[in-house]
Design a protein around this ligand. Structure first.
Ligand code: DGL
Length: 263
């Protein structure tokens, strides 16, 4: 299988993209729901969690690992790169998609506090487009809102938080906004309403899934099946919201979720 992990539910945006791109591939997903959010933690804690997440997926015998988490990819990418398996984080593929999409060179990035503090997206965008102007804002509450199922663009709470976080970015006249945290695609509609139709939103989970699909093809690691891939879901805490929100992420019901117990 392909291994995918995140601090919680957000990485399911990458699983949804993988299922549409490579419907014949098996996927093992791990969501560290017992320790979400990562984005408010220290680098030392994020490194430790990332090591455990990667080790768990390796024990499942995966052929490639996707860190479908902006925070891990920005702060602890070295854990994945040193894991001995093909590894894909979200930062580089998403920066490449944004660099290809922007016309004005004015690119926004929203993510967790740890992601924004790391400067990883700016660095990756500037490596491709040195003249780009990059505007970053942490939007940590979005993670908690998604984990709790607050995603409707009609919900006044969602609208108020989106306006509060995004208004300063509206003033920057962006043409591309990176959803640099994999939880944020569930708020796409609400974010789009504040940013306006002239701003293209780039989904980091999807960008990572597309990159991973290309890498598997290039390395000859695809299963060869066109359909019938299975998905298994593991979490570190079976939270009441998991299945409900997961269904919305994936657009299909999740029937079985296994709880992992750390030693
Ligand atoms: N999906 C994670 C990310 O992309 C959520 C962050 C968190 O756990 O705070 O950053």
């Amino acid at each position: 299988p392909i291994g995918v992990f995140d601090s919680g539910l957000g990485g399911l945006s990458a699983v949804a993209a993988l299922s549409s791109l490579l419907p014949g591939e098996d996927v093992v997903y791990f969501g560290d729901t017992g320790r979400v959010p990562y984005g408010t933690r220290s680098k030392a804690a994020i490194l430790q969690y990332a090591r455990q997440d990667v080790a768990f997926l390796k024990r499942q015998g995966v052929k490639l690992i996707i860190a479908a988490c902006g925070t891990v990819s920005s702060v602890a990418g070295e854990v994945g790169r040193g894991c001995g398996l093909p590894f894909v984080g979200v930062v580089e593929p998403t920066a490449a998609a944004a660099a290809a999409a922007t016309r004005s060179g004015r690119v926004g990035v929203i993510g967790t506090a740890a992601t924004v503090r790391s400067g990883a997206y700016e660095q990756a965008i500037h490596a491709l487009l040195p003249a780009a102007q990059v505007f970053c804002r942490p939007c940590g509450l979005f993670v908690q809102m998604v984990e709790e199922g607050f995603t409707s663009p009609r919900d006044p709470v969602v609208q108020a938080v989106c306006r509060r976080y995004l208004q300063p970015l509206v003033a920057e006249r962006l043409d591309v906004l990176i959803l640099g945290c994999t939880h944020f695609p569930l708020l796409r509609e609400a974010i789009g309403e504040v940013m306006g139709p002239g701003v293209q939103l780039i989904d980091s989970g999807r960008a990572a899934a597309e990159y991973a699909a290309g890498l598997l093809r290039q390395k000859g690691l695809l299963s060869g099946r066109e359909v019938g891939g299975t998905s298994s879901f593991f979490v570190s805490d079976r939270t009441p919201a998991f299945c409900e929100v997961a269904d919305r992420f994936l657009g299909r019901p999740i029937t079985e979720v296994t709880q992992v117990r750390w030693e």
